[in-house]
Every structure is written in structure tokens, then in C-alpha cells.
Design a protein around this ligand. Structure first.
Ligand code: UDP
Length: 457
């Protein structure tokens, strides 16, 4: 007999969660990791997703996947910038998500009653859907707590004239947001800064109506930001990261991983390889790629470099500069997309040149790998400041890319005396990350609080 006939639906325990990720790699991954944790705690999971950047349901047989129409044309999906896409999705998904919720909440639906919606913070329209159906909404912030308070301060930063940023190289401290300088504030290309402000304003406004905020972070690395968030936000906060340490081998990657690099890493000396990757969205000019290539070669360190399709603006595949392959033959490997978490955990990897997307940052911290920080846009500059200035497990490459400076920065990160303290700090921070996941650790306890909070909603 189907379960729904055993007990009236309204008397069944509310253990069904509806999760709605924002469809970009750095957002999908932590949401699916969160889903895996919550499923292990006894919740049934429905993942609502757009057709754009759809996750692969066959990697997650325990979840129910519900695709909804996102209304994006192929042209928009390929050509629009991230902020424009987020804006479109917040408009286009409202109707289809409301219809799906109505269907899932109807008496005929055999699933357990819905306890709450867990939505990516930037999919802000989900709050009005949640309010309409009188379902609580908990949000997942996929970046650092420090970037959360920075975005929350946007109205103040505009009022005080910090934003829009006049001088992107300004070292002037933002006294309201230590340790940030003007150059560390989130940026985005000028033609869409109004779009960014609008997305941030909508996201901020509805955050205050949510029933809780989940962060893919842990207490030890966010102490100062947490004091401020606890003062300003009355709802419960759950710092339950690093999320990737709980999840099984299921892959949320939108691109196929090239595992051949693991065999290559096996042949390198311990701690010798600089891993270089700028995530799924950052892109650069051709001349920047040339400086990076020669900078890596100049460092003399073995390297593993991710050059994904679209990394160089305007060209699907990036060509290496003349002579680079001959010069570095046998010393390094260039791949289109790497199994990053395994790469960072490999004993041969001794440094990570990163754009400081939050997932990459947390993954590096968890493996004790020091970072060369080269933030590109959005929250990455805030994260880079946290890494280099507060946690002191990385160094920032500032004021442009030049091959000589890059070569030296990589050597400093990995082998020179100047980088020793940073390397030691990175090792110590890995231990703290390990501890927070153990029984009695802050993230472990926070997950229990989250589960109890959901059950009591
Ligand atoms: N990633 C990967 N292979 C690569 C590069 C990145 O699997 O070659 C993963 C990485 O482990 C991380 C995600 O892609 O989980 C990137 O997210 P992040 O927040 O660091 O940056 P974004 O792509 O959002 O800018």
C-alpha cells in the first residue's frame, strides 16, 4: 500500500525539503553537498533546477529532480553576463516555481509534506513564493560571511561614496568594513554595475525575511564577520562548512574532469607543484594569459594549469604563447578541467594560484595548501583579502600581471624563506578545518542545530 494511504498527509512528519540552487558551478556544488548532508539526516530531497546548467540527476539517485522552465534563449544563456542571467532567472522562474510548489503541496501529491524551501540567496524570488504558500525559507550563502556583510553594507557604501568604485587600485581602508580597502570591494564590469546593485538590494531585502542562513564556512575563519552578523541578523545562523568534506563521490561538476592529471601528479616531488585554476567563470585577455604562461615557466616549479574553454575572452580555446610548450615540456601539464578537490589533496601540490572563488578558497584551506590570490570579480576580492590579510595563508598578486612578478610570487609561495610562515599557517588552518567537522566541533554542532531547526519550523 502506498505510504500516503497509511496516514493522512497532514499528520505526516515534515521531512521533505525543496532545494533551489542558482545555476552556476560555484553555487550548484555547495547546494548539492548540502542536499547530501540533509539526506543523510533523514530528509527527503527535491532539487528544483533550471534547464540552463542543469545538474546530472543520475549522479544523485536518492534525490528527486524537478526541472522548471527558465525562459532563457540559447543566445541569452551563451552571451549574457552572470548578473544579467541572475536577473532574468529571478523573473522567469517565478511562475514555473510557483506552479510546481502548488502541485507539490496539493493533496494528490504522494510526497511527504514540505518542511521548508532551502534556496540559494541570490534566487531571491523564492522568498515571495515561500511567503505565498506560507512555507519557511532558509537560505544558503555560497560565499564567505565576510562577503555577506560586505554585500549587506552596499547601501551604506554607496551613500558614503565608496561605490561605484572610482579608483580600482585605491588602497584606502574602508573604515566601516575592516580589513577591506576600496580595491577589495566587490566589482563587476561597469556596464552592469546597476544590475549588480539591484540583485544585491533584492537579495538583502528578502534575506531578513528568511528563517535561517546557512554558510559554507566555519567559525574559526569568520570570527569578526560573525560578530557583526549576529548583531544585525536575528535569525539562526548555521556555519556548517566545509561542505565538500561530507559529500560522497557524487559529482556536481558541469564539465568532465580530466583524471589523467592525477597520474602525472603521482610522479612529481612532494609539495613541488603549483596548481593554477581560475574557476568556472573568470576570464581574461589574451595578453594576460601570455604573462601567466611565462610567469609560471619563470617560477621553475612543476605546474598543473586549468585552461578551460572560454578562459580567454572572445575565444573558445586558448592558445599557448609561441615557445611555451618547448620551454616547459616535461615540467607541467595543461588540462581543460581538473578534479580540483583531489588535486588539492594530492601530496605533490604545494601551492594554489586561485581567483578565490569561495569554493576554491575553502577547498584549499581544507588541504593546507597556501594560495597565490588573483581575484577577478564579485566576492573574490573580499575572499582574497580574508586569505592574505586575516588568515595569512596566502599572498595577493596585486597591480597587474607581469611575468617576473609572477615567477617570484610563486617561488615565494612555495619555496622561498619569505613564504615559510604562510605555509605553516596553512598547515595549522587545515587542522582547524578538520577539527570543526568532528563531534563537538563547531560545524558538526551547527548541522545538528540546523536539523533541529528545520524539524521545528
Ligand atoms: N573546479 C573543478 N575543476 C577545475 C576548476 C574548478 O572541479 O578545473 C571546481 C572547484 O573545485 C570548485 C568550483 O569548480 O568547487 C569552482 O567554484 P568557485 O566558487 O571556486 O569559483 P567559481 O567557478 O564560482 O568562480
Amino acid at each position: 500500500m502506498p505510504r500516503s494511504k497509511e496516514r493522512p498527509r497532514q499528520h505526516r512528519k515534515r521531512t521533505h525539503l525543496v532545494l533551489f540552487p542558482c545555476p552556476f558551478q560555484g553555487h550548484i556544488t555547495p547546494m548539492l553537498q548540502l542536499a547530501t548532508i540533509l539526506h543523510s539526516k533523514g530528509f527527503s530531497i527535491t532539487i528544483v533546477h533550471t534547464q540552463f546548467n542543469s545538474p546530472n540527476p543520475s549522479n544523485y539517485p536518492n534525490f528527486n529532480f524537478e526541472p522548471i522552465s527558465d525562459g532563457l534563449s540559447v543566445d541569452q544563456a551563451q552571451k549574457e553576463n552572470v548578473m544579467a542571467l541572475v536577473t532574468l532567472l529571478n523573473v522567469n522562474c517565478h511562475g514555473p516555481f510557483s506552479d510546481l510548489m502548488a502541485q507539490m503541496l496539493s493533496e494528490e501529491d504522494p510526497r511527504d509534506p514540505i518542511a521548508c524551501i532551502v534556496s540559494d540567496a541570490v534566487m531571491h524570488f523564492t522568498q515571495s513564493v515561500a511567503d505565498h504558500f506560507k512555507i519557511p525559507r532558509i537560505i544558503l550563502r555560497t560565499s564567505s560571511a565576510l562577503s555577506f556583510i560586505t554585500f549587506d553594507a552596499f547601501p551604506l557604501l554607496r551613500e558614503k561614496g565608496y561605490l561605484p568604485i572610482q579608483d580600482p587600485q585605491s588602497e584606502t581602508p574602508v573604515s566601516e568594513l575592516p580589513p577591506l580597502r576600496i580595491k577589495d570591494l566587490p566589482n563587476i564590469s561597469t556596464d552592469s554595475s546597476e544590475t549588480l546593485y539591484q540583485v544585491v538590494a533584492h537579495t538583502n531585502n528578502v534575506t531578513r525575511n528568511s528563517s535561517g542562513i546557512i554558510f559554507n564556512s566555519f567559525e574559526h575563519i569568520e570570527e569578526a564577520a560573525l560578530v557583526k552578523i549576529r548583531q544585525d541578523f536575528p535569525m539562526p545562523l548555521f556555519l556548517i562548512g566545509p561542505l565538500h568534506k561530507y559529500s560522497s563521490g557524487s559529482s556536481s561538476s558541469l564539465l568532465p574532469h580530466d583524471h589523467s592529471c592525477m597520474v602525472w601528479l603521482d610522479k612529481q616531488a612532494p609539495g613541488s607543484v603549483i596548481y593554477v585554476s581560475f574557476g568556472s567563470l573568470a576570464c581574461m585577455e589574451k595578453k594576460e594569459l601570455v604573462e601567466i604562461a611565462w610567469g609560471i615557466a619563470n617560477s621553475g616549479q612543476p605546474f598543473l594549469w586549468v585552461v578551460r574553454s572560454g578562459l580567454v575572452r572572445g575565444s573558445a580555446s586558448a592558445e599557448m604563447p609561441d615557445g611555451f610548450e618547448e620551454e616547459t615540456r616535461g615540467k607541467g601539464l595543461v588540462v581543460k578541467w581538473a578534479p580540483q578537490k583531489e588535486v588539492l589533496a594530492h601530496p605533490s601540490v604545494g601551492g594554489f594560484w586561485t581567483h578565490n572563488g569561495w569554493n576554491s578558497t575553502v577547498e584549499s584551506i581544507c588541504e593546507g595548501v597556501p594560495m597565490l590570490c588573483w581575484p577577478c570579480f564579485g566576492d573574490q576580492k573580499v575572499n582574497a583579502r580574508l586569505v592574505s590579510h586575516v588568515l595569512k595563508v596566502g599572498v595577493q598578486l596585486e597591480n597587474g600581471l607581469e611575468r617576473e612578478k609572477i615567477g617570484w610570487a610563486i617561488r615565494r609561495l612555495m619555496v622561498e624563506k619569505e613564504g615559510e610562515e604562510m605555509r605553516n599557517n596553512a598547515r595549522k588552518l587545515k587542522d582547524k578545518a578538520d577539527l570543526c567537522l568532528k563531534k563537538g566541533g563547531s560545524s558538526y554542532e551547527s548541522i545538528d542545530r540546523l536539523v533541529n531547526c528545520i524539524l521545528s519550523l
